[in-house]
Design a protein around this ligand. Structure first.
Ligand SMILES: *[C@@H]1O[C@H](CO)[C@@H](O)[C@H](O)[C@H]1NC(C)=O
Ligand SMILES: *[C@@H]1O[C@H](CO)[C@@H](O)[C@H](O)[C@H]1NC(C)=O
Ligand SMILES: *[C@@H]1O[C@H](CO)[C@@H](O)[C@H](O)[C@H]1NC(C)=O
Ligand SMILES: *[C@@H]1O[C@H](CO)[C@@H](O)[C@H](O)[C@H]1NC(C)=O
Ligand SMILES: *[C@@H]1O[C@H](CO)[C@@H](O)[C@H](O)[C@H]1NC(C)=O
Ligand SMILES: *[C@@H]1O[C@H](CO)[C@@H](O)[C@H](O)[C@H]1NC(C)=O
Ligand SMILES: *[C@@H]1O[C@H](CO)[C@@H](O)[C@H](O)[C@H]1NC(C)=O
Ligand SMILES: *[C@@H]1O[C@H](CO)[C@@H](O)[C@H](O)[C@H]1NC(C)=O
Ligand SMILES: *[C@@H]1O[C@H](CO)[C@@H](O)[C@H](O)[C@H]1NC(C)=O
Length: 273
């Protein structure tokens, strides 16, 4: 062997080897659950911007941290994620504006159009009526900060209630509906009416998500991710298709490199052929 070429070969060897050997358990490490400081731990299908790598979750589950709380954008507005149940595939959100501004008034009807989320059966509609010429009916929530002396704004549960109160919704300039989860106890309704409308908004609502169940990957010691439009189970020894225990190791693009012969085999298959 030519002695002068040996160090050169070693450099080539490490340049070729380094990024690929790191890729296996680096992805496992990269997808560890993260927290914004307060609130729940965040992992697949969610991913935290600037903290998780993109392959740790799905694009429609992007989370940013604000004032140490996780925030997700749904239908153009920011929602604070208060709780996540990875087992039930559900999460509890509340409009972030309720915490940010003094007089939060939703201006858009909430919609789940073009999201991977669905409502749970617990939600009901909470209605906002703005700039009405008629006085707010009984059992509604006044919005003191957006009325002029002639116009009135308020919130109320259920639009059938407005009819019942003989309130003409036509006297209002605009109306908006947002979801709220109602506690199941029937006797709680009077307590609910004593809250302010912003406290009602803070109760939030639960959504279910649809994405591949991570449970099997996780119990096998892996962390779920999403790469090249496919579900991946990142394991300490590299990515697998479904769980760490199954033999379907995605061996060609990464290398566990625990022994020299597998290193050479890896180099041979991936680089020298
Ligand atoms: C987040 O994970 C850490 C470490 O596993 C754990 O100690 C903590 O209790 C978790 N926090 C929440 C809110 O579940
Ligand atoms: C995901 O799978 C686990 C284990 O099989 C199960 O307990 C859980 O209910 C499943 N979650 C959903 C939302 O299907
Ligand atoms: C209510 O009326 C005020 C004053 O005319 C206007 O500035 C505001 O945009 C209106 N709000 C809504 C929600 O229509
Ligand atoms: C809005 O109306 C309420 C009574 O309906 C009143 O107490 C409050 O002062 C009004 N606010 C403004 C800014 O005019
Ligand atoms: C609504 O109007 C009907 C018919 O005018 C009346 O019988 C009823 O008592 C009114 N309801 C309320 C809550 O004022
Ligand atoms: C919200 O939806 C209701 C009922 O579909 C509609 O009457 C109202 O105009 C919508 N509000 C806005 C701000 O688009
Ligand atoms: C939706 O979430 C609720 C509340 O966490 C849970 O009980 C239910 O099983 C979930 N449904 C589906 C289809 O995941
Ligand atoms: C690796 O790729 C080769 C051909 O490129 C293929 O024959 C082989 O089955 C692949 N191995 C795995 C574990 O996917
Ligand atoms: C090293 O890797 C090769 C190829 O993957 C395998 O056949 C062999 O059993 C391994 N040897 C040890 C000691 O792990």
């Amino acid at each position: 062997m030519d002695f002068k070429r040996t160090p050169f070969l070693f450099i080539i060897f490490f340049i070729i080897l380094t990024p690929q050997t790191l890729s296996s358990d680096e992805k496992f490490e990269a997808c560890a659950p993260k927290s914004c400081g307060k609130g729940p731990n965040i992992s697949y299908p969610f991913r935290v911007a600037h903290s998780h790598s993109p392959f740790c979750g799905l694009p429609t589950f992007d989370i940013t941290c604000r004032h140490e709380y996780p925030v997700i954008k749904i239908s153009g507005e920011d929602y604070i994620i208060r709780e996540i149940s990875y087992q039930a595939h559900s999460f509890l959100v509340a409009n972030a504006a309720v915490y940010d501004v003094k007089c939060p008034t939703p201006l858009h009807n909430f919609t789940l159009h073009r999201t991977p989320f669905t409502y749970t059966p617990d939600h009901i509609g909470f209605f906002f009526f703005y700039n009405c010429t008629s006085l707010p009916p009984k059992f509604s929530y006044p919005i003191h900060c957006s009325n002029t002396t002639k116009l009135h704004s308020f919130a109320a549960f259920h639009d059938g209630f407005m009819e019942h109160m003989n309130f003409s919704v036509d006297s209002c300039q605009s109306s908006v509906e947002v979801p709220i989860d109602i506690p199941n106890q029937d006797d709680d309704f009077s307590g609910l009416l004593r809250k302010s409308y912003s406290d009602v908004l803070k109760m939030g609502f639960t959504l279910n998500w649809s994405a591949q169940n991570c449970s099997n990957c996780e119990t096998s010691g892996g962390r779920c991710g999403f790469e090249s439009n496919e579900f991946v189970c990142f394991c300490p020894d590299g990515p697998h298709l479904q769980t760490c225990k199954q033999g379907n190791f995605l061996g060609n693009k990464s290398c566990s490199c625990s022994n020299l012969s597998s290193v050479f085999l890896f180099l041979l298959v991936n680089n020298l052929s």
